[in-house]
Design a protein around this ligand. Structure first.
Ligand SMILES: C[S@@+](CC[C@H](N)C(=O)[O-])C[C@H]1O[C@@H](n2cnc3c(N)ncnc32)[C@H](O)[C@@H]1O
Length: 225
């Protein structure tokens, strides 16, 4: 449990999330967060309105260029990471369960090449299975309760094509005990779960830049052709 008092908007969001979980719809509350923000990104606690710095650093470090390769952004929020990948030459699809978030992306980036879609991670089109050269997952897995974790990690992993890359940015917890969420940061055994889903960990970087430790992990799906 966090020892810092939550600001009123975060406290409200935890209440919305807890109610949704009780009702058996642990992912539907995101729409409420975006809708009640009424176009004010400051009311969406995770929205940075700029690309994720851990993604940008990784792209620079690894000198990654899209060269028209396909990329998928999971739980894309307001679209900054999708736009950053499109700017690096990827052919990007980005989805979110929230209709309001996707409408917001389209409004923010009217001339974008990104294909923004409203989609539930647990009900994506079968044609997306193992279809993407690069998959970016930042903080969506941790935004869903622990009881869904194995399924969530399995779904995320299945988007990665043979020979493709998954980059995960998430907070890490140093215990297997259930934390008070959302968010519910990932434990070491949960990071390992990506490997049980057929991926190989290539590189891991750990950061302590804010109150929650952040981990960035690069996984590959080894080409078996
Ligand atoms: C904590 S936010 C992170 C947003 C963004 N990836 C980032 O790092 O800034 C989690 C995002 O995942 C989306 N999301 C949650 N559950 C989802 C699901 N089942 N399918 C698709 N998107 C989902 C939410 O609407 C929200 O935009």
């Amino acid at each position: 449990m966090s020892d810092r008092p939550l600001d009123p908007r975060r406290a409200e969001i935890r209440k919305i999330a807890a109610e949704a979980e009780k009702d058996g719809h642990p992912a539907r509350w995101f729409e409420k967060v975006y809708a009640t923000a009424s176009g004010d990104a400051d009311a969406v606690p995770w929205a940075m309105e700029r690309p994720n710095p851990y993604l940008l650093e990784w792209l620079d470090d690894t000198k990654t260029c899209g060269d028209g390769k396909s990329a998928l952004v999971i739980g894309c929020g307001l679209g900054d990471d999708a736009e950053a990948l499109a700017g690096r030459g990827f052919d990007v699809t980005a989805f979110d369960i929230s209709e309001t978030a996707i409408a917001w992306c389209r409004q923010r980036f009217p001339n974008s090449s990104v294909c923004y879609q409203v989609c539930d991670l647990f009900a994506c089109d079968a044609s997306w299975t193992r279809a993407f050269d690069f998959v970016f997952e930042s903080r969506t897995v941790q935004s869903l309760p622990l009881k869904l974790r194995h399924t969530t990690i399995g779904m995320v992993s299945e988007f990665v094509a043979d020979g493709g890359t998954l980059l995960v940015v998430a907070n890490r917890r140093d215990t297997e005990a259930e934390p008070d969420g959302p968010p519910w940061p990932l434990s070491d055994s949960e990071f390992k779960r990506f490997e049980a889903c057929g991926l190989t960990e290539i590189r891991r970087d750990c950061f302590d830049r804010n109150s929650r430790p952040t981990v960035r992990v690069e996984y590959h799906r080894v080409f078996n052709g």
